[in-house]
Design a protein around this ligand. Structure first.
Ligand code: GTP
Length: 595
């Protein structure tokens, strides 16, 4: 029997028009009316909209009556648009049989497009090229077609030319989806195999698990188990997204939808895992599952100690919906009580910190992001550390994580990019020309240097023209040291950092210079030092204060005097005492930023 489902996702570089095309498909199939159409429905979180990126994968089912008279069920699975979420992207693609490759007719192929196309090809997806923005005067679809053929090696005979903006070509696109995206393979009577490609926690209904059924049928009342953990649950509801959650009696081969079970935590239905029946289970799970793994770590501290419990509750809430966020309590001499948190990447960290501030209204400080180091001590012990404070004094060797970075940039900026990669301890791999203007560079880079400010620097040194993508390649031995910052002879743990030996001096010096500017002068002299073990590598001194705050008001106005004293008291509240030195909150912020 013919399967009338088609499962696909859209691969595109940021801004090439993925959301706009998705909106048009929803509109044309009557899935949502124009009136209901909030702009860019698929990106539902405020932050996502603001940052202009898709964070979580989502799905929607479109009903389409094709020219052949058949009623098709088209499932569009949205993929996250950022390197931090590459694993989620790979699982969303695994739920599809094909992908639309959307390329901006005026811009051509970018690094992110390439990375996702390779990912889609790894999953054996049929790729349908879609050239968007053909309404633009600068559009050059023929050139973009050639690029797709040359760079990706993908034939473009069936490419569809569209304008997401005007709706031109969207009819043809729907027909092409039915024609070129393969129908789902799988046996209706085979043991159940359903891939979990996303899940989220709903306050009222508990965990909603997003699945794609590969084999078999799943329905209400079924006893199911999660294959990696063997945990068993009962199915309370099955349904599809159209785009709202809509109950359906069953999901079968090729269906994309949700199931609700009694699962309390999304940790129990992790992305990539396989669901099967307790009776007549599948023999083997689907390939490619791995548990969520943090890559970047930082301490998060409330500015006011009163907020500590609120911060714990907020992290707990966020974790309900985010299996890749980890946190454990941590104390710092300088910052007090807080949490050591693990993130997928720097963007993920920024999003979490921003949500803690906005949604939970907590003022906080985050320490400089760090990666996980593998250390072998002199006694032969193997340690995994992600916090400079835990760096052992005696060590034999230390390894750090490396990535392979792909950068696509206009030719004029190649020099700048090479210089930046050099500064970031990169190892050049190769360079190739995509066309007469654009160059693709590949470098191996230490992750620690990429997470700090690589992407920002890349953007500013190429005036925003570079695109960047990376993949983890493993651990390499490196000459790394821990640098401490001392204020009046006391180590301020929040400022300690791990760096390559060649960078330790410069970073240490820039921190003490910065501190000199931001710590107010006090009644005594304050030495600021950067130290590598017991060796001082940089030093500045804040000279003692002679004046007092009231010196400026020549007697006179008493209310003004009061105001100044009040102001000073306010300032004190936001100071942390290190030994006998008061360090203002701003000092932590500015130094940690610099890091
Ligand atoms: P991310 O969500 O950031 O990944 O971007 P996206 O790929 O979803 O792009 P989006 O749909 O947000 O479009 C990016 C910009 O291009 C928006 O300003 C759109 O209005 C514009 N745009 C999209 N399609 C077209 C088109 O066909 N023609 C023109 N002229 N502009 C378009």
């Amino acid at each position: 029997m013919q399967n009338l489902k088609r499962n696909f996702s859209i691969i595109a570089h940021i801004d090439h028009g993925k959301s706009t095309i998705a909106d048009r498909l929803l509109e044309m199939t009557g899935t949502v009316t124009e009136r209901e159409m909030k702009e860019q429905l698929l990106d539902s979180m405020d932050l996502e909209r603001e940052k202009g990126i898709t964070i979580k994968a989502q799905a929607v089912t479109l009903n389409y009556t094709a020219a052949d008279g058949n009623k098709y069920e088209l499932n569009l699975i949205d993929t996250p648009g950022h390197v931090d979420f590459i694993y989620e992207v790979s699982r969303s693609l695994a739920a599809c049989d094909g992908a639309l490759l959307v390329v901006d007719a005026a811009q051509g192929i970018e690094a992110q497009t390439l990375a996702n196309v390779y990912l889609a090809l790894e999953h054996d997806l049929e790729i349908l090229p879609v050239i968007n923005k053909i309404d633009l005067p600068s559009a050059d679809p023929e050139k973009v077609k050639l690029e797709i053929e040359d760079i990706i090696g993908l034939p473009t005979d069936n490419a569809v030319l569209v304008s997401g903006k005007t709706g031109l070509g969207i009819d043809e696109l729907l027909e092409a989806i039915v024609k070129y995206i393969p129908e789902p393979k799988g046996g209706m009577s085979s043991p159940l195999k359903a891939l979990i490609f996303d899940s989220h926690y709903d306050d009222f209904r508990g965990v909603i698990t997003y699945v794609r059924v590969i084999d078999g049928v799943i329905k209400k009342g079924d006893k199911i188990k999660i294959m990696s953990t063997n945990k068993e649950f009962e199915v309370l509801e099955t349904g599809i997204f159209s785009p709202k959650m809509t109950e359906k009696n069953e999901l079968s081969v090729g269906s994309v939808g949700y199931i609700i079970t009694g699962v309390k935590s999304i940790k129990d239905t992790q992305v990539g895992d396989t669901i099967t029946h307790v009776k007549n289970p599948a023999e083997k799970p689907l390939e490619g599952y791995r548990p969520a793994q943090s890559m970047v770590f930082a301490g998060i501290y409330p500015i006011s100690t009163d907020d500590y419990e609120d911060l714990r509750e907020a992290l707990e809430k966020l974790q309900l919906n985010d299996a890749s966020l980890t946190y454990v309590p941590e104390t710092s001499i300088a910052l007090g009580f807080g949490f050591r948190c693990g993130f997928l990447g720097l963007l993920h960290m920024e999003i979490i910190v921003e949500r803690l501030r906005r949604e939970f209204d907590i003022d906080l400080i985050s320490t400089a992001p760090s990666v996980e180091y593998h250390v072998t001590t002199e006694t032969g012990e193997h340690l995994i550390i992600d916090n400079p404070a835990e760096f052992p004094a005696g060590k034999k060797s230390i390894e750090e994580p490396y990535i392979k970075g792909t950068i696509i940039v206009p030719r004029d900026y190649v020099g700048n990019v090479m210089e930046l990669c050099q500064e970031k301890r990169g190892t050049y791999i190769d360079m190739s020309y995509l066309d007469e203007t654009r160059t693709m560079l590949r470098y191996d880079l230490p992750l620690a240097d990429v997470v700090i400010d690589f992407y920002d620097k890349l953007k500013s040194r190429t005036r925003g023209y570079a695109s960047f993508e990376y993949e983890m390649i493993g651990y390499k031995e490196s000459d790394l040291v821990k640098v401490d910052i001392l204020v009046s002879g006391n180590v301020v743990d929040a400022f300690s950092f791990i760096a390559h030996k060649d960078h330790a001096f410069n970073r240490g010096r820039s921190i003490v210079e910065r501190l000199k500017e931001v710590i107010p002068r006090q009644q005594f002299e304050i030495p600021l030092q950067a130290a590598l073990g017991s060796k001082i590598i940089a030093r500045e001194t804040i000279r003692a204060l002679r004046k007092n705050v009231l010196a400026k008001c020549y007697g006179g106005d008493i209310s003004r005097k009061k105001k100044l004293l009040e102001k000073q008291k306010e300032g004190k509240k936001r100071m942390k005492a290190i030994g006998n030195v008061e360090i203002p909150q701003e000092a932590f912020l500015s130094v940690l930023k610099l890091n």
